[in-house]
Design a protein around this ligand. Structure first.
Ligand code: NDP
Ligand code: 2IT
Length: 449
């Protein structure tokens, strides 16, 4: 534990650990936020008096359920489903569903906790929640995916609703899964309740730009971070981990802004392409064929594939971790800094370990934490909810302009808060405090509930 931590906050953290044993990722996410909050309690003693930190660390509701389904061979399979409804002070619970074998309560709670502050940063009326299952979609047929989604929703439907809790995608859950989930919700409730899920397809309630939003938004955030340093993305060499939804649209916007992406990855290896990653090929392999990124190197001349390679050893000026939690450790961070990296923005949730964050902050490089940098996805989900509520659909350009202005606003707010609380240029402190104060004020106003 950090010795500089005010005693009251250190005690809260010990309590969180004791009450949530074995949930390492949740402890990590909580610690990162509350260690920023010392000066906030000095300025707003009412937050301590009303135990806002203690209340914010306790989810409002946690649901764990059985998900039984039959595979293509007729064998019965059982998975575990989760939905953690963390905080609804600002609006209905909002946050994605993750289908990945590593999912357990500690992962869902870390993601739900992060989501509370991220959603507050967007300025949209959304609370925070997260869910998922320890289901592994890899190698599963279309029919298996559909049956799993239907079984998952058969339980989940009684807990969600456009005014209650609005799930969306995350790792392993994209447009296809949202379609099956929405179909089953509609069938069970006999309601075409568009606002119950976001990330829907265009033509049945989805919003233009939602698919691209997280990646595009993260790049806008980098643009803003570089702008205050009188720099830009033009000509920058970039590395983007992952090759899923966030990674693909991060690479697309980077290229559009004149940067050059030379590497991406998946959980099995790294692709390096000094000519610049061919995004159409990545989309074909990952979005259409749903195959491994290794295929890229076999189809593109001059590209190299490093099985099990470490993408952070590829020299770059801008690094955008867009795969999963704790993918950049202290050593990786030092390598990046040594190789001349000037900006890191987290497209993924909590991809940098606490030691990695310290390395970036101490080196004085521009570091955009996930809560701020990847908030464009959920912000555009909230724009989708607005369109659903008004039975309207906006153009790509109009929606993208809104996304851009939300990201620019998040950058400005986190920058200003960091200055105000004595940590100029530190977006970690800026994001944690800005998000916390917005939620805390609403919680105070709503009374002890
Ligand atoms: P996808 O499922 O589309 O892609 C995930 C990518 O990350 C894949 O390339 C995957 O490789 C890789 N990956 C996943 N798990 C691991 C792991 N344990 N180790 C190494 N690589 C891994 O997910 P998204 O792009 O939607 O999500 C990526 C990150 O962005 C997550 O942290 C998510 O929480 C975050 N995020 C997503 C948002 C969204 O709107 N989708 C919004 C904000 C944040 P492989 O295929 O080999 O598993
Ligand atoms: O982590 C995230 O912000 C998401 N996976 C998106 C959540 C959403 O509700 O759009």
């Amino acid at each position: 534990m950090n010795r500089a931590l005010p005693e009251a906050i250190a005690a809260i953290f010990q309590q969180v650990k004791a009450r949530n044993p074995g949930e390492d990722e949740f402890h990590q996410a909580v610690k990162e936020v509350i260690e920023s909050l010392g000066p906030v309690l000095v300025k707003y003693p009412e937050f301590a008096e009303h135990k806002i930190i203690e209340r914010i660390c306790e989810p409002e509701r946690q649901i764990i359920f059985r998900v039984p389904w039959q595979d293509d061979r007729g064998e019965v399979q059982i998975n575990r489903g989760f939905r953690v409804e963390f905080n609804s002070a600002l609006g209905p619970y909002k946050g994605g569903l993750r289908f990945h074998p590593s999912v357990y309560l500690g992962i869902v709670k870390f993601l739900g906790f992060e989501q509370v502050f991220k959603n507050a940063l967007t300025g949209m009326p959304i609370g925070g929640g997260k869910g998922g299952a320890d289901f592994d979609p890899k190698g599963r047929s279309e029919g298996e995916i559909m049956r799993f989604c239907q079984s998952f929703m058969t339980e989940l439907h009684r807990h969600i609703g456009e005014y209650t809790d609005v799930p969306a995608g995350d790792i392993g859950v994209g447009g296809r899964e949202i379609g099956y989930l929405f179909g089953q919700y509609k069938r069970l409730t006999n309601r075409y309740e568009s606002g119950v899920l976001t990330g829907k397809g265009i033509g049945w309630g989805g919003s233009l730009v939602r698919t691209e939003a997280t990646g595009y938004g993260a790049v806008y955030f980098v643009r803003e971070m570089l702008k205050v340093r009188r720099d830009s993305l033009e000509g920058k060499i970039c590395v983007v981990s992952g090759s899923g939804n966030v990674a693909i649209y991060t690479m697309e916007k980077l290229a559009e802004m004149g940067a050059k992406v030379i590497a991406c990855s998946d959980s099995q290896g790294v692709v390096i392409d000094e000519q610049g990653i061919d995004l159409d090929l990545v989309k074909q392999i990952k979005e259409v064929e749903r195959r491994r990124i290794a295929d890229y190197a076999t189809r593109r001349q001059g590209a190299r594939y490093l099985p099990g390679g470490n993408i952070w050893s590829v020299p770059c000026q801008v690094a955008m971790p867009s795969a999963t939690q704790n993918e950049i450790n202290g050593k990786d961070a030092r390598t990046l800094v040594r190789n001349g990296c000037i900006a890191v923005a987290e497209g993924a949730n909590m991809p940098t370990t606490p030691e990695g964050i310290r390395v970036f902050v101490d080196a004085g490089i521009a570091f955009g934490p996930g809560k701020a940098a990847n908030a464009g996805g959920v912000a555009t989900s909230a724009l989708e909810m607005q369109q659903n509520a008004s039975r309207d659909s906006w153009t790509f350009e109009f929606t993208e302009r809104k996304l851009d202005s939300i990201m620019t606003g998040i950058h400005a707010a986190t920058w200003e808060t960091a200055e105000e609380f004595g940590a100029p240029g530190n977006y970690v402190v800026g994001a944690n405090i800005t998000g916390f104060i917005r939620v805390a004020r609403a919680m105070l106003a709503l009374g002890l509930i």
